[in-house]
Structure formats: C-alpha cells, structure tokens
Design a protein around this ligand. Sequence first.
Ligand code: BTN
Length: 320
Amino acid sequence: MRSSILNVLRKNQGEYISGEEISRQLMVSRTAIWKHIRALKQDGYLIEAHPRRGYCLSELPDLLLPDEIKNDLSTQVLGKEIYWFDSIDSTSNEAKKLAAAGCPEGTLVLAEAQCTGRGRLARGWFSPRGKGIWLSVVLRPPFQPYDAPKCTLMTAVALTRAIRRATGVPCGIKWPNDILYNGKKVVGILTEMSAEMDAINYVVLGMGTNVNIAADEFPDELAGIATSLAEAAGRPFCRKTLLKEILAELETVYLEVSRSGFDSILKEWRRLSVTLGQTVQVVGPDKQFSGLAVDIDASGALLVQTDGSLETVIAGDVSI
Ligand code: BTN
C-alpha cells in the first residue's frame, strides 16, 4: 500500500491530491493513508499536508530507498528484494547473513553509510554518508566454484559500461577488480563466496562506487589513490539513476554468462582494461616481481611477461 500511495503522489508531484481521491483510487481508508504518509515523511519524502487540499509530494529524498530504486527498475532478477540501511557495518556482512538464511537470488543490500566497510586483502573501505553507492548483491550462480573469480571480472565489465553510459566518465578496469579514472580508484569490487566442492551456495558481490565525494573529503591516505565520478566530471551525479544503470548492466552480463559462458565477457574485459600493455608490479602471496601485463587467460588470471618467464597471477596486488 505504501508504494501505491507513493506512486499516486509521484504521478501528481508538485500538485495537491486530496485524501479522499487517494482513498477512492486505492480503496483504502483515509486513516491508513495518513499513517503511510507519516512514515514516508519520516523516511525523508517532503510531503506537504493541507486540511482542504490534501497531500503534495514536493521533493523526493536523495536516498537509495527501496521505493525509489524499485520505481522504473528494468531488471527481472536483481532487486526483487531490497534492504536499505541508513548506516551499517558492511552491506556485504548483511548480504552474507541474508544469503545464508536463504534469501532469493538478486537480493540487494544498500546503505547510505558503512562504519566498517571492507575491501580486499583485509583493507577498509571509505564509505561516507550519501556520497557513494555502497551495495552488495546476492547471486546463486549455476556455474562451478572454480568459475567464481570470473564474477569479479563480469562485475567490473558491468560497472564500467554503466558508469561510462550514465556519466560519460571514461574509466577503465585494473586487474582484477578496480575501476580507475586517470590512475585513481573510483570503484572497488569485493567478491565473496560460500560453496561446496562442486556447487556454489551463494556469491556476494560487494561494490563501492565513489560518486559525489569531494577531493578534500578523502582521508589523507587515500588522497593520491582514490577519486570520485563527480571529481572526474566536475559535476555531481544522481546516485539513483546511476544505480539503476548498474543493476540493469549487471543483470545483462550475468544472464549472458549464465547462458553462454564467460568468453564474450572476457573479450569485453580486455577491451575495457587499463592493465594490459602496461608494466606492472605484482605482490603475490609468495613472491614479488614486475613485468609486462600481456593478457588474461580463460580463467581470468593475469599473464605477466617477465625477463625470464610468463607468470600467471591468480591473486595478489597489482600496481601499474
Ligand atoms: C576493494 O577495492 O578492495 C573492494 C572494495 C569493496 C567495497 C564494497 S562497498 C559495499 C560492500 N560492502 C563492503 O563492506 N565492501 C563492499
């Protein structure tokens, strides 16, 4: 009922509509309408109430609320269930709990702020309130556990395409999971999985997109290495619009790899990569070296040509 009332107000945004008219259209009591309107106002919707004229939605909140995301969402799988938090430790922690409890594939967890956002290699993730898209998605992919690392590559392709389309910022992918603009990170992806030997229970894709963070808002240790889309473009972006693009693109690539495998996504990854063709420094679990990043193989591993050999990098930190 809440979303039906919101839809009526949305259709008449900026104009008054009487409680009587809403009650007639939705066949609900005026007391129930009033209660829902009060809850919507508490969530940040600016709704004016006038004793004779009724209700007027004057402003939508700049929040990633489920009602806002579901409106006009073009996806079939992603976003069937959406959990939103004003502040949370980590959206990926919450998504893993929901996944373990059996939530449907495509469940999203969004937060305005994360107090202990997590990155790869036990690093933190700076997640200030309302300035980015801090999102985790639960998938239950049909492929084998050894294919799960390619989910990261698939996600990087989807995010890069969506960001380029929605903002025009010409970002590119740094192996395996960073999206960079001008050498600085705008997006980080954290892929986590629960699996048996031969089947995946769930994958949680955690995505952090720096949307409207000003350069001087980054902590000192990130100043030289991170940036935001707003800094890159010189103007702020609507997070809701960008999020809907990201979800649509992620669903497209996910359905494609589920149907036909990873070949075309790996090709697209190569096209969008800023790592290939560069000299890279690799800090792996057991050794460090530098060389020319020449390709990725069919499993998504990075191939680095050193003086003496062709190294296959499965994990670790790669800097350009
Ligand atoms: C990295 O670059 O190291 C990965 C960063 C991933 C950050 C996102 S923000 C949403 C989700 N929740 C988390 O705690 N981490 C991921």
